[in-house]
Write a protein that binds this ligand. Structure first.
Ligand code: S3P
Length: 171
């Protein structure tokens, strides 16, 4: 079995859905941001503020490359992983890429306090989310084997959609 890679905007539910899908399929669950934090010994926000976004992106790409050598798992990526051409190619080598689509408004509502999301922190959260999502939408779609609309869905409902999309692929 190939891995399953969840991509999508901040607040799309990637981490929660990955845990549920991994449980259902009996696969390990990997959260890319957690891996980066564990290796760096500091939070994603601290990496952004102390070293800047380019340093974070390098760490993100390095973690993706490491996954290539690991057994299949369900992987929750960070929302900006699709911005790099090289990352998008890597995602496909790692597994089936599932885009969890969410609207900017719902993403902001789900995130609540944006303090842990350096790209959305500050008063212009909704505005920032709208323009960032607009800029990335085509990249999410281009990187995905399947796109699932998660607006109005609970993580459990989205997990069911993810698992059914795999069954459709193999039937
Ligand atoms: C980012 C999304 C975050 C995290 C970092 C950058 C982005 O992950 O990787 O703050 O560029 O969209 P989540 O999508 O899990 O919030």
């Amino acid at each position: 079995m190939r891995g399953i890679v969840l991509v999508g905007f901040m607040g799309a539910g990637k981490s929660t859905v990955a845990r549920i899908v991994a449980d259902r399929l009996g696969l390990p669950c990997v959260d890319l941001d957690n891996r980066i934090e564990q290796r760096a010994g500091v939070s994603v926000s601290e990496i952004f503020s102390a070293q800047g976004e380019p340093a974070f992106r390098e760490m993100e790409s390095a973690e993706l490359e490491r996954l290539l050598a690991e057994p299949p798992s369900v992987i929750a990526t960070g929302g900006g992983v699709v911005v790099s051409d090289a990352n998008r190619a890597l995602l496909h080598c790692i597994g089936r890429v599932v885009y969890l689509r969410v609207s900017a408004a719902e993403a902001v509502a789900r995130i609540g306090d944006a303090a842990t999301r350096p790209l959305l922190a500050g008063a212009a959260g909704t505005l920032a989310a709208t323009s960032l999502l607009d800029a990335r939408e085509a990249l999410y779609r281009a990187s995905a084997d399947v796109t699932l609309d998660t607006v109005g869905c609970t993580p459990e409902e989205v997990a069911v959609l993810v698992v059914s999309s795999l069954e459709e692929e193999t039937s």
